[in-house]
Design a binder for this molecule. Structure first.
Ligand SMILES: Nc1ncnc2c1ncn2[C@@H]1O[C@H](COP(=O)(O)OP(=O)(O)OP(=O)(O)O)[C@@H](O)[C@H]1O
Length: 250
């Protein structure tokens, strides 16, 4: 794991964030810091509050209480900062079926202030990196599920955000692409990108994350570094919290 630079603010900071949904807290008093180069795996049973947390971080939901800072700034007051610094892949990649892959990248890039040759080069780079180059002129509506997922990731990555927010990014990927995704996330983290990754796959967390957080009933029950070869310990921790709602000492 990259050691955080104390001179820099965390890339992401949540302070006592609460968000109610359907009259109940879906996320309660959540505090979290994520630094450049860290990959945080977010775990929890169905309904634990993972997607709500990611939607809050991505600005798609607004906290009822608490604050969220991106690069030290309240991004709800600085939407331009969020556009530049944040890349988000929701659980179902939001695509326009009638646009080609290249048109998706152009639209996303322009929203983030990329134009001309910079836009073209950024698009070429992500198409190449996600092995989508041969599909650049294909309509999104005729892509396979795994190809759609990779296009969603390409759109989230295009502008080289400081923070990448990924909801089940390995969904629908074949085993070759799962490994390629792990390599890509390690590469991005080594270059300083902070990544938060929600998943149900403990194996994805142990393969790529250097830190793990477990949510239960909207509350953060566990947030610790994840040393290599900790699969068994993570499984025990996860099931302690999932089945009994408590984090027991390992
Ligand atoms: N659109 C919505 N309207 C009302 N309540 C919602 C909505 N989406 C989620 N919730 C509620 O918020 C709580 C947290 O849900 P959330 O989707 O964040 O959990 P999750 O951990 O992502 O679950 P899963 O693993 O099933 O995707 C749940 O009680 C859920 O019923």
């Amino acid at each position: 794991m990259n050691a955080p630079n104390p001179a820099l603010p965390p890339v992401l900071q949540l302070e006592q964030v609460t968000r109610n949904r359907a009259g109940r807290p879906a996320v309660r008093d959540l505090s979290l810091r994520l630094h450049a180069g860290q990959i945080l795996g977010l775990l929890g049973v169905n309904g634990a509050g993972k997607s709500t947390t990611l939607s809050l971080i991505a600005g798609a939901l607004v906290p009822d209480r608490g604050a969220i800072r991106l690069l030290g700034k309240d991004f709800l007051e600085q939407p331009e900062l969020a556009r530049q610094a944040l890349g988000w892949l929701p659980e179902a990649a939001p695509l326009w079926p009638e646009l080609t892959l290249r048109e998706h990248l152009n639209a996303h890039g322009r929203l983030r202030g990329l134009t001309g040759i910079r836009l073209k080069e950024a698009g070429d780079a992500v198409l190449e990196r996600l092995e989508l180059k041969d599909l650049a002129q294909r309509l999104a509506g005729v892509l396979s599920q795994g190809q759609r997922q990779r296009l969603g990731l390409a759109c989230a990555l295009l502008h080289r955000p400081a923070l990448l927010v990924l909801d089940e990014p390995a969904n629908a990927l074949d085993p070759v692409q799962v490994v390629a995704l792990r390599n890509l996330l390690r590469e991005l983290a080594a270059a300083g990108t902070a990544v938060i990754l929600s998943t149900h796959q403990l194996s994805e967390v142990t393969a790529v994350c250097d830190r793990v957080a477990i949510l239960h009933e909207g509350v953060l029950r566990y947030d610790e570094p994840l040393p290599a070869d900790q699969h068994a310990a993570l499984e025990k921790k996860f099931f302690d919290i999932a089945l009994h709602g408590k984090a027991q000492a390992t």
